[in-house]
Write a protein that binds this ligand. Structure first.
Ligand SMILES: [Zn+2]
Length: 284
């Protein structure tokens, strides 16, 4: 194998593979969360991307594409990738990678929030299509369109129910465990509707005022949970916590300690289980 490039400062290098052409490989054993490359290059509108760069251009937003000249250009696709690309176009490992192992990203997976924000930006150019030979158990075979994570052959959106609704003394409805739940276990996963900040003056006059989650990067939007996530009662000594998955338009509720069958499940509405900031209603 011919080493073509080592001029950049990331722990990766380009190698030539006999069957698949160039690819990027780990230059050392890497833990998860290591920056391994970055897409760098000119920004262009789609119509101005040169034909020989069509397969390498990466969408930034709207109609802004980066035509990369950095080694990231050679990162290959896998249906079970070991890397992901962030909004700043840096490539990160998502699991430990061995020295010499090829670094891969997914070309066809898109987060629900990104896809829903700009479906028109997620058109598929037929020149991008290819038969995948990644060998992963869940290989899609032909990569020929965007696939929305969590909805097309990925993890279930709703896990098996471990909870039921019940009456919480003096507080209306509450959510109760129907089985023992271990610390760290996923209890509930709720789909979320996003109400943009511009709707807040109307929304705050409605019953939803007490049920929505602060949402989005600036937390100025509102997330309306359609599952049980909005129905857990508050506690400053909670046995569960919620996590906003803004890219997936989901809220996950997980146990912060072991929970017995029949026990009411509570969470701190401030997010962090230890956050003692007063809440906006009278505690009962
Ligand atoms: Zn594949």
């Amino acid at each position: 194998m011919l080493q073509l490039d080592s001029i950049h400062s990331y722990p990766s290098r380009i190698e030539e593979f006999p069957e698949s052409g160039r690819g990027l490989v780990a230059a050392a054993p890497l833990p998860a969360g290591t920056a391994v490359a970055r897409f760098e290059g000119e920004q262009r509108g789609w119509r101005d991307v040169p034909a020989d760069a069509v397969r390498h251009a990466i969408l930034v937003d709207g109609d802004t594409w980066v035509v990369p000249h950095s080694p990231a250009r050679w990162i290959n696709h896998s249906c079970a990738p070991n890397c992901t690309v962030d909004d700043g176009l840096t490539v990160w490992t998502t699991r430990p990678v061995a020295a010499g192992e090829q670094l891969t990203i997914s070309y066809d997976r898109v987060a629900l929030a990104d896809w829903q924000d700009a479906p028109e930006a997620h058109f598929w150019d037929e020149r991008w299509s290819f038969d995948c030979r990644c060998g992963a158990a869940g290989c899609v075979g032909r990569v020929d369109r965007y696939r929305v994570e969590g909805y097309e052959g990925d993890a279930e959106v709703r896990p098996g129910a471990k909870v039921r609704l019940g009456i919480s003394a003096g507080r209306g409805r509450g959510v109760f465990a129907t089985q023992p739940i271990a610390a760290g276990e996923l209890i509930e996963r709720s789909p979320v509707l996003v109400s943009p900040a511009s709707e807040w003056p109307a929304l705050e006059k409605t019953v939803l005022y007490n049920y929505v989650f602060e949402w989005g990067e600036t937390e100025e939007d509102s997330g309306i949970a359609l599952g049980y996530a909005g129905l857990f009662n508050h506690s400053f000594t909670p046995n569960a916590r919620y996590r906003r998955r803004t890219a997936d338009l989901l809220i996950d509720v997980t146990a912060v300690r072991a929970i017995a069958a029949g026990e009411e499940i509570t969470m701190n509405y401030n997010g962090d289980p230890d956050d003692r900031t007063p809440v906006w209603f009278e505690l009962k």
